[in-house]
Write a protein that binds this ligand. Structure first.
Ligand code: ATP
Ligand code: FE2
Length: 320
């Protein structure tokens, strides 16, 4: 069974093909604003322009033709409405044209499922960290439960906003990571963890005020040390409370070496398991949508209209 997955919730347009659960291709392109943050209509325009080529590349790599696709899986949300519409319209058109099933996939759950597959850890606590989302998730009774989350902005978003003020283009995460490796002096930053929840806007404001007086490298180092310690503390608490023996980190920020190192150290100290996921699949991509669509293959064809505020815990998980 072939599934074509389409991702277009925000900055990335991706298309991936999965055959019986095996990933055959994962093609993508990311919209990069010339200056400032993402302009949703511009990102959608990028997706419309590149979609045909990326889908074609993905099919070619998987060595399959469109008429052989059994299910069209599309990332239904959460995300930016103009961007979501691109993926929706393309997959709806293809499913009608080839008279095949269409399945709407929750983007956050796709990040989770591809991480479970990538690490082989079946029932971990999941730290899902990206631009728009920051959640500590566990699985209980047929749902992914959001155990803790950010009360304001996602950790990636905070990093991107500070990056922009430092003159670093989007996405700032990898460049901030490089700068942080050269930082030597820790600057004390607001450490905001409230129960299971975290918050990052205070750190963003605080760092913004120091931009002219402190070294970039030291600031980047301190942002990472503080923000990631908060995330690992919340994850550890969830592991203890839910009696889970392993941790998985997923989402774009999971590409960060230091965050993974902190996760590994915490798990080692608890006698729990930690496996780092493959970087290719941590950020937004089409293969994770195709793979999750494959897991959902026996679900009814759903009303797949875009859902910009689609919650992780809104989905009934019937395949676990
Ligand atoms: P979501 O809809 O899941 O919130 P997203 O649109 O934010 O997804 P992702 O590709 O999952 O997209 O994550 C992108 C974020 O990850 C950006 O904020 C980017 O700066 C951040 N990021 C990428 N690589 C790194 C890194 N090495 N270190 C820190 N942050 C990173
Ligand atoms: Fe994402």
């Amino acid at each position: 069974m072939y599934v074509l997955g389409i991702e277009s919730t925000a900055h990335t347009f991706g298309a991936g093909v999965v055959k019986d659960g095996k990933i055959l291709s994962n093609e993508r392109d990311t919209y990069k604003p010339k200056q400032g943050g993402i302009i949703p209509n511009e990102a959608a325009h990028h997706h419309y322009m590149l979609a045909p080529e990326i889908i074609r590349r993905s099919l070619k790599k998987a060595n399959v033709s469109m008429d052989k696709i059994d299910i069209f899986a599309v990332s239904q949300g959460p995300g930016l409405m103009p961007c979501l519409r691109v993926g929706y319209q393309i997959s709806r058109f293809l499913s009608d044209k080839f008279n095949k099933k269409i399945i709407g996939v929750n983007h956050c759950i796709a990040h989770i499922e591809i991480a479970r597959r990538s690490t082989g850890l079946m029932d971990p606590v999941m730290l899902y960290v990206s631009g728009g989302n920051t959640q500590v998730i566990t699985y209980e009774n047929g749902r992914y439960i959001v155990f803790g989350e950010t009360q304001d902005i996602g950790v990636g978003n905070m990093i991107d906003k500070i990056g922009r003020k430092m003159g670093i283009p989007f996405p700032a995460g990898p460049i901030i990571e490089d700068l942080s490796k050269k930082g030597k002096n820790y600057i004390k930053l607001p450490y905001s963890i409230k129960g299971m929840d975290v918050s990052f806007s205070g750190m963003e404001t605080f760092v913004s005020r120091l931009l002219n007086t402190k070294k970039k490298e030291d600031l980047c180092f301190s942002i990472q040390e503080t923000a990631f310690a908060m995330l690992i503390e919340a994850s550890e608490r969830a592991m203890a409370y839910c009696k889970k023996e392993s941790l998985v980190i997923t989402g774009g920020v999971a590409g960060n070496d230091r965050l993974n190192e902190m996760g590994r150290i915490m798990c080692k100290e608890r006698g729990a398991k930690f496996v780092r996921m493959e970087k290719e699949f941590s950020g937004d991509n089409g293969a994770m949508i195709a793979y999750t669509g494959y897991l959902m293959r026996d679900y009814e064809t759903m009303d797949v209209t875009p859902l910009p505020t689609y919650r992780t815990d809104a989905v009934e998980i019937k395949y676990r």
